[in-house]
Write a protein that binds this ligand. Sequence first.
Ligand code: ZN
Ligand code: ZN
Length: 358
Amino acid sequence: MIKDRSPRVRQLLNDLELDAFCFFHRPNMRYLCGFTGTDGVLAVTADTDCFLTDSRYATQASAEVVAGAIREYKSKEEGLVAWLDERQIKRVGFEAEHLSCAALRRLREKSPATLEWVAVERPVASLRGIKGADEVAGLERATALAAAAFADVLPLLTPGSSERDVALALEMAMRRRGGDEKAFATIVASGPRGALPHGVASDKLLEAGELVTIDFGVCCDGYHSDETVTVALGNVSAELAAIHAIVLAAHDLAIAAIKPGLPLCQIDAVARDYIVAQGYGERFGHGLGHGVGLEVHEFPTVSPRSEEVASAGMVFTVEPGIYLPGFGGVRIEDMVLVTVDGCRRLTRLEKNLLILPA
Ligand code: ZN
Ligand code: ZN
């Protein structure tokens, strides 16, 4: 297991009175032992760990994986249970969110009666929630690449282009500049479609006088970017300009408030209270943000229901929005890193209203 991450997993075993833990979720395996392939399992006990995989990944694992041992199996269930049995494991934990009922049934069928499988919710979430310097550097590679790709496609943001054309060009620009893949289905939502918080690009053509919300990201070496820009095609109505100004102010106020020790629900409240005071509280239905890292959406959640407190090293988005059905919408999103005395934006693009020629 990667050196500085191992004590925290062993603490988890101790806290939960487990003899072993099996990690099946790809981002968790990547985080803990470096494996970037798609199938395997990392098994950890108090004094050893082993990465188990099949013949497709044996060579890759020997090049990538940091673990006490690497073992090849023919059947995942039989190979894993044999490894646990050799160590006389009695209680083994697994990620409750990432092992299907069918996979658990297969494991239990192969297990001796003395082996107990214990579902543990979000075992690594809080470990991964604090980013190391190398992780922040990875996230900044992704955000820099995304910003450059956005600049590449600005000429396409013009009346007559379809939302789908813009999304495809952006995705190609991110790949051409070295990104591995898009982080999620690119959102390009123009005019009335801006009222759809998840308005994935459609065949609709952009028109003069519309706002266009573009929510996009790229994955580089496992780390993701996620940001949203809302641009104007020529002059927009006074109400559209006003809701952009309100969302931007809410976004800026929340970012200015972020510092270690502040409950995440209070960061949400800074943006939400401002939008409520402007009369649009009913039109901001989602939480303010979410963690970003090896997954686009990960721990922590920044919402009225958040129970965590901001800590130095957390990376999360700040993405207030106002959505007016049938009319239009605005969302503005940045990724921030909580620092010892505040926070730092990791995304590069300016979020002032960009008015493009139409
Ligand atoms: Zn986003
Ligand atoms: Zn987001």
